[in-house]
Design a binder for this molecule. Structure first.
Ligand code: ADP
Length: 258
């Protein structure tokens, strides 16, 4: 609580009392803390790939370059880490734009199954490298809805990226769509490693990962689901997650049908 006092003086200049102003600053403090935590997290997260790039470059310059195989391995790591750094900066900028609602919604009429097919086409190479099968939603009944296409496609892409990253080779990913009375439901279902129950409520937080090492190996930035959550909020929708460790995960997005 922020407290301010001021004497209350009447027009004759006589002190008549005290004016006390009480300000509830809990919310301001909370926002300030969130902001400073975010800056601390960002600095820490960015430092990891940079440290690795710096370390491997120095080792190469100090002589490791003589051995061709070592050289190739190190360059691969440097290339992967630069890629991750690039993705991280892109995600941080996206997240801050979305949070400040600086991207106005561009609402148009979209064909849901077509939009999902093109999202899957973008991810197809990645899925094939792990021999994952992706099952598209049934084309019937055709679902048309008024929404922001890029926003919804980004949601699907991020969920698919995770389904691919956290499903072992040979697994299956299924996308289902359903239209109910007032809502459209989209599910991304995988047969992957699943998420422990205690982590389920936290995975939408920025930089929260169940397993940092695994996330890093898969090229993760820890921001994908935070972005998804904000995008779903922007569309006035909901997202929920159900998961069984070792069996798989279901992300269910519902958005109002108009
Ligand atoms: P990341 O870049 O680490 O994947 P996300 O924000 O996209 O970050 O996801 C947060 C964490 O949630 C991941 O690190 C992972 O532990 C977990 N996760 C997300 N999607 C899945 C999934 N389909 N299966 C298992 N775990 C998942």
């Amino acid at each position: 609580l922020d407290v301010n006092f001021a004497p209350y003086i009447n027009f004759k200049g006589e002190a008549r009392g005290v004016v006390v102003v009480l300000h509830d600053i809990t919310e301001i403090r909370r926002l300030e803390k969130m902001r400073s935590d975010f800056v601390a997290n960002v600095s820490h997260e960015l430092r990891t790939p940079i440290t690795s790039i710096k370390g491997f470059t120095e080792t190469l310059l100090e002589g490791a370059m003589q051995d061709e195989e070592t050289c190739r391995n190190f360059l691969q790591i440097i290339s992967d880490e630069s890629e991750r750094l690039y993705r991280m900066i892109r995600d941080i900028l996206d997240l801050s734009k979305i949070e400040q609602k600086r991207i106005p919604l561009q609402v148009s009429r979209i064909h849901l199954q077509d939009m999902i097919s093109s999202a899957v086409a973008i991810m197809n190479d990645q899925a094939q490298r792990k021999e994952l099968t992706i099952t598209l939603p049934t084309p019937q009944p055709e679902i048309y809805l008024m929404t922001d296409r890029d926003c919804l496609q980004q949601i699907i892409l991020n969920l698919l990226t995770n389904a691919i990253a956290y499903t072992p080779e040979g697994g299956a990913i299924t996308i289902r769509t359903e239209k109910e009375d007032q809502i459209v439901k989209i599910q991304v279902i995988d047969t992957g490693i699943g998420i422990p129950e205690k982590d389920l409520t936290r995975i939408f937080e920025r930089f929260y990962r169940v397993d940092k090492a695994r996330s890093r190996d898969s090229g993760g930035t820890g921001l994908g689901l935070a972005i998804v959550k904000h995008l779903v909020d922007n569309l006035h929708g909901h997202i929920r997650v159900d998961s069984i460790e070792g069996k798989g995960t279901i992300f269910t997005v519902t958005i109002p049908y108009t």
